[in-house]
Each structure stands twice: as structure tokens, then as C-alpha cells.
Design a protein around this ligand. Structure first.
Ligand SMILES: Nc1ncnc2c1ncn2[C@@H]1O[C@H](COP(=O)(O)OP(=O)(O)O)[C@@H](O)[C@H]1O
Ligand SMILES: Cc1ncsc1CCOP(=O)(O)O
Ligand SMILES: [Mg+2]
Length: 280
């Protein structure tokens, strides 16, 4: 058992086992840039992917799902309505909901859509890069397209503020991932710089959080374990454990293989990777 926090309820191995045992069906309403990677990593963790994104059907699919991801990477007008319908169905059926407000702050449209998602829906976990999370709470942020640019020295406090404003567990991704609730913040020390060289690693983190939240009751436990597992997969891939790579394209393949094979590896205890930090 992790010595992390009294209320912290499970080890990394227990989290991976819960996913494999539950084989959660996760519906992703997501962007057309990384949709195939999002589907595949859902399967690699032990979940079942479905990408139902038509307004005529999505509420019925979410009703029978165990988890739901809304990723606004290429949000269209119909996509906005579909995400809201999917999120409302998740609330109606107590299906854990993860939102990735991709590119929020880059354009007024993205900021408006993101605001609707986090205010009109009951979001369990919110994941974005440092710039996106900062933009969401109205702080200075530079999001160029969908990439976070600039320095965010106070990102932990920003993530806590975001959790307070939205009621969600917030995962602010970057060189060091921050997981925050309205009254606690953790640094997750796992990952590798190669992950920042691949388009889709934020999107795949979002669906990873949806898979873990679908299999683990407490959203904070799910977010900490999912974020740590994800980073460890990134590290093992970078260490060549899942094959040599010669650049970001071949690294991406090793990373996907690492997610699929992580449960078979000797893993460090969560308390070695997750550190509670004080936030003013
Ligand atoms: N320099 C880095 N060092 C370690 N991990 C990183 C680095 N950059 C990104 N990551 C990891 O890659 C994943 C995606 O993060 P990020 O690039 O911030 O998201 P996005 O792709 O949405 O901008 C996260 O798990 C994050 O921890
Ligand atoms: C490049 C791009 N444009 C719209 S969605 C998308 C993919 C974003 O993926 P990630 O957030 O994982 O970098
Ligand atoms: Mg992203």
C-alpha cells in the first residue's frame, strides 16, 4: 500500500489489474488527428474503445459505456453539440467523464467551447497541458495551436484553482505532470522528453485517464495511477525496453507497445513517483 496519503487507496499494480479485470468500454468523442492512437491505447491498457461521435447515437452509446472522453481537438459546430450530448448522457448514467480542452486559449471559439464543457457538464477529470489549464482559469497563457508555450512557474496553484472552479480532478501535463484537487496537489515524476515530440501524447493521456477512471472508483486514485502508468510507459519506451527507435516516429510505436506491455513489467511503487506538494 502506498504511503502517499492516508486516503490514497491503491498501488500501480492494483490499478493496472483493475483495468484488465474490468475491461471498461470507453467512448471517445475526439479529434480526427489522433483518433486511431486514442482507440489503440484504450485497447492496449485493457479497455474497449468505441468512437461514437454522431449526435443521433452518442447518448445511447455513452449510456452503455463505462467511461467517456471528450477531446475538443478539432471541434466543429456539430462536434460541440455532440460533446455536450455525450457529456450530459455521462452525467445521467453516472459514467465517469474526462475532458481534454485541446487548444483552449488559442482562439475565442475554443475558449467558448471549453467553457461550456466545464460549466455545463459534471466533469470527473480534466486534462490539458500547462498552457491549456492556465488559459482555462483565465491566467496568462500562450497556447500556439494546441501546444503549450512559455513558462508556468505556478502551474500547481493554477491546477488547484482549476479544480476549485470546475469541481474536477485536474491533470496539468508537461515536463512534470501535476494532479490536483481543490485542496491537494501532487507532482507525478514519470515520463520522458520524447513524449513531447509526438503529436497525440496529450490525447492519449486523456483516454488513459478515462480508462482508469472507468475501472477505479475514486477519480483522484484513477488520475494519479493513470498519469504515473502513462509516464512509466514513456520511460520504458525511451529506455528501449520495447524496441529500439531512431526518432519520434519509431518512438511512438515503442510507446504504444509499452502501454500494452506495462502490466508485465516490474514497476516502481507509486509513492516513489508521486509526491504531494504544498500549494499556497
Ligand atoms: N519534456 C517532457 N518530459 C517528460 N514528459 C513529457 C515531456 N513533455 C511531455 N511529456 C509527457 O507527455 C504527455 C503529453 O503531455 P503534453 O505534451 O503536455 O500534452 P499535449 O500533447 O496535450 O500538449 C504527458 O504525459 C507528459 O507528462
Ligand atoms: C495537432 C492537433 N490539432 C488539432 S487536434 C491535434 C492533436 C493534438 O494532440 P495532443 O494534444 O496530444 O498534442
Ligand atoms: Mg493536448
Amino acid at each position: 500500500m502506498s504511503s502517499l496519503d492516508p486516503e490514497f487507496g491503491l498501488s500501480l499494480d492494483e490499478a493496472l489489474t483493475a483495468v484488465a479485470d474490468n475491461q471498461p468500454l470507453v467512448n471517445s468523442v475526439t479529434n480526427n488527428v489522433t483518433v486511431n492512437d486514442v482507440a489503440n491505447i484504450t485497447l492496449h491498457w485493457g479497455g474497449l474503445p468505441v468512437m461514437s461521435d454522431d449526435e443521433r447515437e452518442v447518448a445511447d452509446m455513452v449510456a452503455i459505456a463505462d467511461g467517456c472522453l471528450l477531446n475538443m481537438g478539432t471541434v466543429s459546430e456539430t462536434g460541440e453539440a455532440t460533446m455536450l450530448a455525450a457529456g450530459a448522457a455521462a452525467g445521467d448514467h453516472d459514467v465517469p467523464l474526462v475532458v481534454d480542452p485541446v487548444g483552449v486559449g488559442a482562439t475565442p471559439t475554443r475558449s467558448r467551447v471549453a467553457e461550456r464543457l466545464v460549466t455545463e457538464l459534471d466533469v470527473d477529470v480534466l486534462n490539458g497541458n500547462y498552457g491549456e489549464i492556465s488559459a482555462l482559469v483565465g491566467e496568462n497563457a500562450e497556447v500556439r495551436g494546441v501546444e503549450s508555450v512559455g513558462e508556468y512557474a505556478e502551474i500547481a496553484a493554477t491546477a488547484v484553482e482549476c479544480a476549485r472552479q470546475t469541481g474536477a480532478v485536474v491533470v496539468a501535463s508537461g515536463e512534470t505532470d501535476i494532479v490536483a484537487t481543490e485542496d491537494a496537489a501532487y507532482e507525478v515524476h514519470a515520463g520522458h522528453s520524447m513524449m513531447g515530440e509526438v503529436v497525440g501524447t496529450g490525447c492519449m493521456l486523456g483516454v488513459t485517464l478515462a480508462v482508469f477512471a472507468a475501472a477505479i472508483d475514486d477519480p483522484l486514485d484513477a488520475a494519479l495511477a493513470g498519469t504515473a502508468a502513462y509516464g512509466l510507459a514513456g520511460e520504458l519506451a525511451a529506455d528501449g525496453v520495447f524496441g529500439d527507435y531512431h526518432g519520434p516516429a519509431s518512438y511512438r510505436v515503442s510507446f504504444l507497445d509499452a502501454a500494452a506491455g506495462l502490466a508485465g513489467e516490474e514497476l516502481s511503487d507509486l509513492s516513489d513517483r508521486v509526491e504531494r506538494i504544498e500549494v499556497r
